[in-house]
Design a protein around this ligand. Structure first.
Ligand code: SF4
Length: 215
């Protein structure tokens, strides 16, 4: 994608969705952290189903600790890898209570020191909860970045660095949401819906999909 096309690419995405947000449901920074931790290799819809029951009962680190591992597993057992996620969440809650006064820390270093919290999760929390211009590269953003030519890279970190370098500052804070939603609903993995894609004029993908024939 030519640099000159990046601004109109994001202006178009912003015009269609001026205030994008994560599709994970949460009512506090801690619930956001817990939901993102649970969402690795799972869908937001699946995580929301579980946390709609969990968070009203245990929506703070201390409440999760009080719940105990077994009952926590019971709430999240519909989510893939729930056993290891439950262990990580319990240990994360212990550290939050013992070292951070029950609050979610605001720095990358402290976030990435929490069990089950990697660079991507830290980026989501820093961006969504604290408004920092970070770029959490998930499978959708990795694909959209490479396919459109916006941010080609062989690894998520390479794509992240390209995005941070190439996206105009005015779009950086919300870019992560626009790209995820675009990848989830339009620039889909198996067949991108190029025929109805609003940013097609700016996209560098050479094999754009034609509209499927009616059957
Ligand atoms: S034109 Fe096609 S490949 Fe390009 S962003 Fe849109 S859906 Fe994706």
């Amino acid at each position: 994608m030519k640099r000159a096309h990046i601004e109109p690419f994001f202006a178009t995405l912003r015009a269609a969705n001026p205030q994008p947000n994560t599709e994970l449901e949460y009512t506090s920074v801690f619930e956001l952290l817990a939901a993102v931790l649970l969402s690795a290799q799972a869908t937001d819809v699946g995580v929301n189903k579980a946390t709609r029951r969990l968070f009203p009962v245990a929506g703070t680190p201390q409440a999760i600790l009080d719940l105990g591992l077994e009952r926590l597993e019971g709430y999240i057992k519909t989510i893939g890898l729930y056993k290891s996620k439950a262990r990580h969440l319990m240990e994360t809650c212990r550290i939050l209570v013992e070292e951070h006064g029950g609050q979610v820390p605001r720095t990358r270093e402290a976030l990435e020191a929490l069990p089950g919290v990697g660079r991507k999760t830290a980026n989501v929390v820093l961006n969504v909860a604290f408004g920092q211009p970070t770029m959490a590269v998930d499978t959708h953003i990795f694909r959209v970045g490479n396919r459109t030519g916006l941010a080609p890279g062989k690894t998520p970190l390479a794509v992240e660095m390209q995005l941070l370098d190439r996206i105009p500052p005015a779009y950086l804070v919300d870019a992560h949401h626009w790209l995820i939603l675009h990848g989830r609903y339009v620039c889909q993995a198996r067949q991108p819906r190029c025929w109805e894609c609003a940013v097609a004029p700016y996209c560098g993908y050479r094999s754009k999909s034609p509209m499927p024939a009616k059957t």
